[in-house]
Write a protein that binds this ligand. Structure first.
Ligand SMILES: Nc1ncnc2c1ncn2[C@@H]1O[C@H](COP(=O)(O)OP(=O)(O)OP(=O)(O)O)[C@@H](O)[C@H]1O
Ligand SMILES: [Mg+2]
Length: 653
């Protein structure tokens, strides 16, 4: 046969059509198809009989009738839309009158729940009228006869053959090309489901447990639309810090409640574990993905006056937030967002989301030679500070830079120890430089075998390479500003945008963050205020400060922050890391982060590095501004969210 033969072929019904999947009548000559058609139309394959019997036995009479009804619809209906609708009605009406589902659990391709996810097979046949509405990721409920519900998620959608026929044929394709409609009911539409939990009980007593039972064949599958049921199914806490609204494929999940959205919150009390703030948060996203917008919205929640945490001595204290700010954006949290209108504010109030400029915001501005802080974008109070060189006593790596190797580092320690022993805590950076210029010192250390001459010179070069003008400037030392830096309920923002070099930025951020961490972890803290106050350290562009690198400074920094992260829960210290290059944040710190909020990321390495479940990772490159996925295993199942479309404080000009 040539192609022309087909082209001229016009008689659809006369093609000996056993192999085509046109209307049911096409199937009749097939013999086998006819049997399936009559006995088990909805499933329509050769397993039909046995399965139909099983299904019938487990259901009420109404269901059996529905099957018959469906059979009728098929038998009488030509392939028209009306017939399709009739067929759909027949599926729909039977189960419970008001019960409108998406379809029914099907056994024809296996129905099995197992301890191993890959041994689980759960599929639902989706009725024709519902097919346009189903999407990957949607949350569904399947009832058990005793009222418990299986909470699940759509993980696959597929058209399967309805009849024993082959639609991958020239004839079928030609015919299809000549008409512009598509006969849904010629095909099965199967949704593959992943069971997430069994939800049981009602109202405040609603609970979840691991999936431990299999739904009945033919059970009606419905979209989850009850706020409490969805939260229970996904293990989303009722209370906590608001992150955004639950969504699937970029659309908010709607419920019948008011507001119709499902709020996603992160646990923030000791009722069941620790507040997750103290188990650390990562906000990762590409440039312009909405990291700062989202972070401000979250940080503002932690600063809310209603939010307190028990302290070691039995009091309740509000959280202090210290935010390192490379782009000079966070001091704006002091101000109201002019775009946040009364209507939006009312909605936030209704949902218990804190909003409005945070009065108790201080910009703690590092004073550095030849740099002025413009600070035009906000009205927060400003306090200047400087880094006293004495901090190098506890953090020698501050002056090591990336050039010092492991052999040279002990020499630096020796020199710093001797220097501070001679000069006390008031010893300055420039005094240290002069100190190193002393040839007698060099000779003495060399002769006593403590620091080789060449090593001495190398250390001196490194220390001299520290950019001038960072230490001991004309401002109050940060060590004396602990009550300004850390205030219960207060936000301290440390802007670094105005600093001329990245090394200066790094020294400022690491010195202040290191000071906070040391006081938190120390048994003998320099500042009781820092030690006692619940503290969140926010770090934007965290990859610039917490990168893994093969040098002493990086190793010491990473070690310190890993330790801080590990001790965080005990000491009420939380890290809130924000980055566009999560792959550059040291793995050991990363591992301590419990809550990962991922906005749009295009870079594959970056996506892989955040290490979130693959179904979430797949969405990351497609997410629009404000869309995020949240992986917080101790809070909830992994979910997709949409953040607030407006910033609750000022953001941008
Ligand atoms: N959920 C959202 N809805 C609407 N607009 C948003 C949303 N999130 C962020 N935006 C807007 O997108 C722009 C970029 O957001 P943002 O500054 O937070 O991005 P970023 O990831 O911090 O960028 P950068 O890499 O420059 O730091 C801002 O104008 C912000 O207001
Ligand atoms: Mg930003």
């Amino acid at each position: 046969m040539t192609l022309e033969d087909f082209t001229e072929f016009t008689d659809d019904e006369g093609d000996g059509g056993g192999e085509t999947a046109g209307s049911p009548t096409d199937d009749a000559p097939d013999g086998e198809g006819a049997a399936a058609d009559a006995s088990d139309a909805p499933r329509g394959n050769s397993d039909g009989d046995a399965e139909g019997a099983r299904g019938g036995a487990s259901r009420d009479g109404g269901r059996a009738a529905a099957t018959a009804g469906e059979g009728d619809a098929r038998a009488t209906g030509a392939a028209g839309d009306e017939a399709t609708d009739d067929g759909f009605a027949a599926y729909d009406v039977a189960p419970a009158g008001e019960d409108t589902g998406l379809g029914v659990v099907s056994v024809s391709q296996g129905l099995r729940v197992a301890e191993e996810a890959d041994e689980t097979t759960l599929k639902a046949f989706v009725t024709t009228g519902n097919r346009e509405a189903v999407r990957l990721g949607k949350y569904l409920l399947v009832p058990y006869p005793d009222g418990e519900r299986l909470f699940c998620r759509i993980t696959g959608l597929e058209y399967a053959q309805e009849f024993r026929s082959d639609d991958a044929t020239e004839i079928h394709a030609r015919r299809q090309m000549r008409r512009d409609d598509f006969a849904e009911r010629d095909y099965k539409f199967m949704a593959e489901l992943e069971p997430m939990s069994v939800v049981y009980g009602a109202g405040d007593d609603m609970k979840r447990r691991m999936t431990d039972r299999v739904p009945k064949p033919g059970a009606v599958v419905e979209e989850a639309s009850d706020d409490a049921e969805i939260k229970t199914g996904l293990k989303i806490p009722e209370d906590g810090v608001f992150l955004g609204h639950l969504s699937v494929g970029g659309e908010k999940v709607r419920t019948a409640a008011e507001p119709p959205t499902v709020d996603y919150r992160v646990k923030d009390d000791y009722a069941d574990g620790d507040p997750l703030a103290f188990r650390h948060t990562l906000v990762a996203g590409g440039t312009g993905s909405g990291k700062t917008h989202a972070s401000k919205n979250v940080l503002r929640q932690y600063l809310d006056s209603d939010r307190t945490y028990p302290t070691g001595d039995g009091r309740e204290s509000r959280m202090a937030v210290v935010q390192f700010d490379p782009q000079d954006e966070y001091a704006q949290m002091h101000d109201d967002n002019p775009d946040l209108d009364a209507d939006f504010a009312r909605r936030l109030d209704r949902e218990g989301v804190a909003h409005g400029g945070h009065d108790d915001t201080v910009a703690l501005v590092p004073r550095v030679a030849n740099a002025t802080y413009p600070g035009e974008g906000h009205r927060a109070e400003r306090v200047e500070f400087t880094i006293p060189f004495s901090l190098a006593r506890d953090m020698p790596w501050l002056v090591a830079g990336s050039g010092l190797n492991d052999n040279q580092y002990p020499a630096l320690l020796t020199l710093l120890n001797r220097f501070f022993a001679d000069y006390g805590d008031s010893g300055t950076y420039s005094q240290f430089l002069s100190y190193l210029d002393d040839p007698a010192l060099k000779e003495e250390l060399d002769e006593s075998g403590r620091v080789h001459e060449a090593t001495f010179d190398a250390v001196k070069r490194r220390v001299r390479a520290v950019p001038g003008g960072v230490f001991d400037q004309d401002a109050k030392p940060i060590t004396e500003l602990d009550h300004t830096l850390v205030r219960p309920g207060g936000l301290s923002v440390i802007p670094t945008y105005h600093l001329p070099t990245s090394r200066q930025k790094e020294i400022v951020v690491l010195a202040v963050a290191g000071l906070l961490v040391d006081d938190k972890l120390s048994n003998d803290p320099d500042s009781d205020r820092i030690e006692e106050t619940p503290l969140l350290i926010g770090m934007d562009e965290a990859h610039n400060f917490l990168a893994d690198a093969d040098n002493v400074q990086a190793r010491k920094v990473v070690q310190k922050f890993t330790e801080a992260a590990k001790q965080g829960r005990k000491e009420r210290l939380g890290l809130f890391l924000i980055t566009q290059d999560p792959q550059d944040v040291a793995e050991s710190v990363f591992k301590q982060v419990n809550t990962k909020v991922v906005l749009n990321l295009g870079d594959e390495d970056a996506i892989n590095s955040v290490n979130i479940p693959s179904n979430l990772a797949g969405k990351v490159p497609y997410m629009e501004k404000g869309q995020m996925v949240v992986y917080s295993p101790d809070n909830s199942e992994p979910v997709e969210l949409i953040g607030l479309s407006r910033c609750v404080t000022r953001h941008g000009d």
